[in-house]
Ligand binder design. Structure first.
Ligand SMILES: [Zn+2]
Length: 296
């Protein structure tokens, strides 16, 4: 657990996202939850030595940010309305609790969690979605802290940054992949670029990204460049008249050059799959935008 502000900590070495928290005089507000059950329970135990856990705010509904909610069943969860809808898709996409349990047992690099199976098999560890929702912004007062939940769609539609001015910290979820490969499979890339502009306006010293080490605002332009480069690569293929399947079928260095960073954590096996997912989403989005813009 690393201190990243006067009263803020985050964890950068769990399998899954980077969860964090701020400890106030009234207890802790958590940002996301550890993916693996065994990590979640150890993390909760450590935090509760300093105070009770009052809230979890989810930054997005991808599984590595929300699966761990199940291990905080007594803690109310906060998320944007769009995130609440995407939460359902995440669970159904992996076959609900039973499907998730199967994947945990198989030990697959990025979903395996055999040590936690006996925890997950308890009937109490069901999906734990947000019950407090907001459309675009929510301010939470806890102890002496003011915590701003700011929806910044792009990586997902429900994407939310948690901004804590007194700590000089913002938790962005996967709006930032710091020096690791960017997942654009669900993205609306132009909204994402707007989100990066909004982050630049916040008064923060430290950005806790969804994946990778903490960074400062200097990385915002690097993240934007990755998205611009992807859009450029896909736009070039469209101009050349290639179909979506032709782009996917072609083993291209151009896609890798758009994002030179390694896959985060244990996700290396998914590199080619991610390239295809990014191509398919961006191809459709760029094509739709071009046809909407072209006259006649
Ligand atoms: Zn994500």
């Amino acid at each position: 657990m690393r201190q990243i502000g006067p009263n803020s900590h985050a964890e950068f070495y769990f399998l899954g996202c980077n969860p964090g928290y701020v400890m106030t005089s009234e207890g802790a507000l958590l940002i996301d939850s550890p993916q693996r059950g065994i990590d979640a329970l150890r993390y909760a135990e450590a935090i509760r030595e300093s105070g009770p856990i009052r809230h979890i705010v989810n930054t997005e509904a991808h599984g590595d940010h929300v699966w761990g909610n199940s291990f905080f069943k007594d803690v109310p969860v906060v998320g944007s309305s769009a995130l609440r809808r995407e939460f359902e898709n995440t669970w159904s996409g992996f076959g609900g609790p039973a499907g998730r349990l199967d994947r945990m047992k198989t030990g697959e690099a990025w979903l395996g969690d055999p040590e936690s199976v006996w925890l997950m098999e308890q009937p109490d560890f069901a999906p734990h979605p947000p019950t407090t929702t907001f459309d675009d912004e929510l301010t939470i007062e806890l102890g002496e802290h003011t915590i701003h939940c700011l929806r910044m769609p792009g990586h997902t539609q429900g994407q939310t940054s948690v901004y804590i001015p007194a700590e000089g910290v913002v938790f962005t979820g996967d709006t930032i992949f710091h020096r690791c490969r960017t997942w654009l499979h669900d993205a609306e890339p132009w909204q994402w670029l707007d989100a990066l502009d909004r982050l630049a306006e916040l008064d923060v010293e430290t950005i806790v990204p969804g994946h990778g080490e903490p960074c400062g605002k200097e990385y915002l332009s690097v993240q934007a460049q990755v998205i611009h480069d992807w859009l450029g690569v896909i736009g070039g293929f469209l101009t050349a008249g290639m179909t979506e399947d032709e782009v996917v079928a072609q083993e291209t260095d151009a896609c890798a050059e758009a994002d030179p960073y390694p896959m985060a954590q244990r996700l290396w096996e998914l590199r080619n799959e991610l390239t295809e997912l990014n191509i398919r989403n961006l191809y459709r989005q760029v094509a739709a935008r071009e046809s909407a813009m072209s006259p006649g």
